[in-house]
Design a protein around this ligand. Sequence first.
Ligand code: HEM
Ligand SMILES: [Cu+2]
Length: 550
Amino acid sequence: MSGTLVEPHAHSGHRPPEEVENYIAAEHSVRSWLLTVDHKRIGILYMVSITLFFFIGGVMATLIRLELMTPKGDILKSADEYNRLFTQHGIVMIFFFLIPSIPAVLGNFLIPLQIGARDLAFPKLNLLSWYIFIIGGAISLGVMVTGGVDTGWTFYTPFSSMYSNTNVIATAIGVFIVGFSSILTGLNFIVTIHTMRCPGMTWGRLPLFCWATYATSLVQVLGTPVLAITIALLGLERLLHVGIFDPKLGGDPVLFQHMFWFYSHPAVYIMVLPSFGVLNEIIPCFSRRPIFGYKFMAGAILAISMLGFLVWGHHMFVSGQSMYAGMIFAILSLLVGIPSGIKVFNWTATMYKGQIIGKTPMLYALGFVGLFTIGGLTGLMLASLAIDVHVHDTYFVVAHFHYIMVGGATMAYLGGLHFWWPKISGRMYPEFWGKVAAMIIFVGFNLTFFPQFLLGYLGMPRRYYEYRPEFQILHVMSTAGSSILAVGFAMPLVYLILSLWYSPKAPANPWGATGLEWTTPSPPPPYNFETTPIVTEGPYQYDHDEVAHA
Ligand code: HEM
Ligand SMILES: [Cu+2]
């Protein structure tokens, strides 16, 4: 079965694809964008939406950092306001930026192109997923402007179910709704990768970006319903006091933590697995070497996605769970280090003796490898029961997950965006400014988050509005770093938009990369391929003297 069987798009049926030069120029009306079923246009719709959320979340982060510049509360009116700010920062960044970032933007754009198909399996469902995302997002934005919510992105009971007097239910509805967007997108990707690969595109030749998105989709489909149920129960408990989490009514508040983390630990892999996929494309291309250990890379991605379901209790070491449960969760969590280590090793081995080309996407990829390693190793520290008891709920945890989510996943998203920008937009990005921004982001990131490891180790708790004066110097460093980071993040926004008018047109394959997406013109035509491609060799056949022992 190949992608040629996809029905032509209903609203462009009057125009045979050969006459249309590319998917952007195909039609110009707003309606043609809002009702599109072209996976590439839907990718762009997501790109615009998550960029908006990223900058909203970023403004909140800036306010948090400004507040923490001094030990006393000064910029914000009250601790309550501070609670609402970090809660909404977390909710926006996790549910409305990071989870959809690589899958919904790059995945939507690239999966059909990489497997030689004309679209996803269910193009209309794909558009529906975007509308669901927008509805969930609008509700959450509505909450923010009408008083906000203060429970933390983790919504812990009994505070969320009984005591908080902020908009918990409306927020829960927003997150509940956006979850369906995630589930439907995952389902669409799984079916597409199973049924729409072109002739010759066997599982063993599937680009690793597709493997990573496939594994992510499995987690989205299996895990997100649990979040939906958890959030629905929270709403019921708050509204009707049904007695699931309230001990007075026979419930158990810790049950909420189990249910929440049963989704939310796998969710951290929804955020980071797609980055592995992006790296697996960038590193071989800019090392001019085939990826080292293709099967191990695909296997490690799948292993992480499944192991991720067995470790949620490492978030609950101090919540009163039994010591034996804690030990088992610690051991299982440490096991995640093995496939993660395989990946870092294989990226390094791919680069070894390669001809490294330091273009912007490669700078982001190199940044990722280093920062993800720090994030992963500190994850192993946190997974060690004896350490976590001391640093749980401190800034050490905040630093750990930002190393992975910002230093890792966000960097990979930006790297991927630059790598495929010529394909997506038909224009090159300005290389000089790209490199400058990547380096500013790297420096700003480390200055923001490295001091937070030290702060946490010294005992600074997370989610506090005021702090002891001895912590100030590290907080000032962190705030200084965050302003550098803000400049770094604003730069790609500006130059990528400007590139649409001022940059040279992109050739079909500016990087000399392998992969079917690079065989199409930049930007690709609405139906991607004039004739269904036939694949005759494995991925990453980069020419180099060392190719032999790949
Ligand atoms: C080797 C892999 C990893 C291990 C062993 C690990 C371990 C841990 C542990 C034990 C905690 C709980 C610390 C505490 O609250 O006391 C934690 C927190 C966290 N981790 Fe990781 N982690 C790993 C990878 C990741 C990845 C890939 C991400 C995200 C993409 C991530 C995101 C988070 C987040 C968001 C939290 C804090 C949740 C919260 O309380 O708000 N971690 N990690
Ligand atoms: Cu976890």
